[in-house]
Write a protein that binds this ligand. Structure first.
Ligand code: 7TS
Length: 418
């Protein structure tokens, strides 16, 4: 919590008004299987406030047009809104320049872009360091790069709590480490990594660092300049924005030096059969018609989050996590997977003698939406010796009552499998 948020709390300022927040999210009013929806699958995707839904639909109703190419009024309006969205993202991440913000499909595409384009500079024997807690989208693109470049993938291990072991991470850095790619927040465990310190360490070895911020931006204030990362990736849909839009932040000098990722319209300056040349940043990396409505609505989602205050959101979610962790510790036969000292609002667990999928199915019958499975982090499941976990993940609109509903439903699961 920031000093300002703590001071507000000490002054007895009103608590984060979760009831008011909930009214902004129309889907939260619906029922599932005759029960009020308890949506605890926010790490997969968050729900959308009415302002974001309206923003996307306004684009199609009032000024739908392709961007950067029309002389007509609608195209100019769409271009202005799309480019204003880029500036909004730049402010949100505190990037130095708007040219450093590339719109992509999501975190997955952002990481693939860096692996494909920056990765072209790697040669056999170079090393890429990731961690044991990565999502598949921060593993597989590097494996593909290793396959065709001859680079070697190294993996920094985690401890039994699901925290990275900094000494091991440091030991794996060397003169051949060219890229370090790691999550700021783990989707399967909730662990918050000390990325600023790890980036400093990696830079001391001359590596560039990509931070996968997919699970961080909805829960923590992010400042790419203060982190001093080289690349930062996130998805709009996890931060109350639309699917199919995401962001790659890249340091300008690196982006300038990198070859294009995809070829097509908009990314060129000139094309002839003999030779084509590339557009300026960021357009060099934005081939084809982008998700225009998505980018504009993502900026609206960022406005929504900013108005609620990331520090206030984080404090509210930490309260939920503490409460849920307490409830979990009182439940016999429940084993938490992920107990690192610094965590975001993710509660991953297994129940003795019950498969995670059965737990998820019974919870669904009670209106409680969680994710079960490997969460696209199979190596994390291997590390903890489980095939799958049940994962409840929290957002700004969740309440203690909903956590109570989760545990009431878990008691029912226990009863069925007793
Ligand atoms: N990185 C992390 C840490 C993630 O949690 C995810 C998605 C991604 C990258 C990929 O994001 P995408 O938007 O490009 O798909 N994580 C999850 C999850 O935990 N459940 O569903 C998707």
């Amino acid at each position: 919590m920031s000093a300002a948020a703590a001071a507000l709390r000490d002054l007895g300022a009103p608590e984060f008004d979760v009831a008011e927040v909930r009214r902004d999210f129309p889907v939260l009013a619906r029922t599932v299987r005759g029960r009020p929806l308890v949506y605890l699958d926010n790490a997969a995707t968050s729900q959308k406030p009415q302002a974001v839904i309206d923003c996307e639909s306004r684009y199609y109703a009032e000024y739908n047009a392709n961007i950067h190419r029309g002389i007509h009024q609608l195209s100019q309006e769409a271009t202005d809104a799309f480019e204003a969205a880029r500036t909004r993202v730049q402010q949100f991440l505190n990037a130095a320049q708007r040219e450093e913000i590339v719109f992509v499909r999501g975190a997955t595409e952002a990481i693939n872009l860096v692996a494909s384009s920056y990765g072209r500079g790697l040669s056999a024997g170079d090393e890429i360091l990731i961690t044991e807690m990565e999502h598949h989208s921060n593993i597989v693109p590097w494996q593909l790069l290793c396959e065709h470049s001859g680079a070697v993938l190294r993996v920094a291990p985690i401890d039994d709590r699901g925290a990275l072991i900094p000494e091991e991470f440091g030991r794996l850095l060397g003169p051949r480490t060219k890229i370090v790619a790691l999550a700021q927040v783990s989707n399967a465990l909730g662990t918050i990594n000390p990325v600023r310190e790890l980036i400093e360490l990696a830079h001391a070895h001359g590596a560039v660092v990509l931070v996968d911020g997919a699970q961080a931006v909805p829960h923590l204030a992010v400042d790419v300049r203060s982190l001093d990362c080289d690349f930062y990736a996130f998805s709009g849909h996890k931060v109350y924005g639309p699917t199919g839009i995401g962001v790659l932040y890249g340091r300008r000098a690196l982006l300038e030096a990198m070859p294009p990722y995809q070829g097509g319209g908009d990314m060129i300056r000139s094309v002839s059969f003999a030779r084509s040349t590339w557009n300026d940043l960021p357009y060099k990396f934005e081939a084809g018609t982008p998700n225009i409505a998505g980018a504009i609505a993502l900026a609206q989602a960022i406005d929504y989050v900013a108005a609620r205050g990331l520090d206030e959101i984080a404090a509210h979610e930490q309260g939920l996590l503490e409460y849920a962790t307490q409830r979990a510790s009182e439940m016999p036969g429940l084993r938490l997977i992920g107990t690192a000292p610094r965590k975001a609002g993710v509660l991953s667990f297994v129940l003795d003698g019950v498969h995670a999928h059965d737990v998820g199915t019974i919870l669904d019958g009670e209106g409680v939406a969680v994710r079960t499975g490997h969460h696209c982090a199979m190596p994390v499941m291997d590390r903890f010796g489980v095939p799958a976990t049940v994962r409840a993940s929290f957002a700004m609109y969740n309440t203690r009552d909903e956590i109570d509903a989760l545990f009431t439903a878990l008691v029912k699961v226990r009863g069925i499998f007793a």
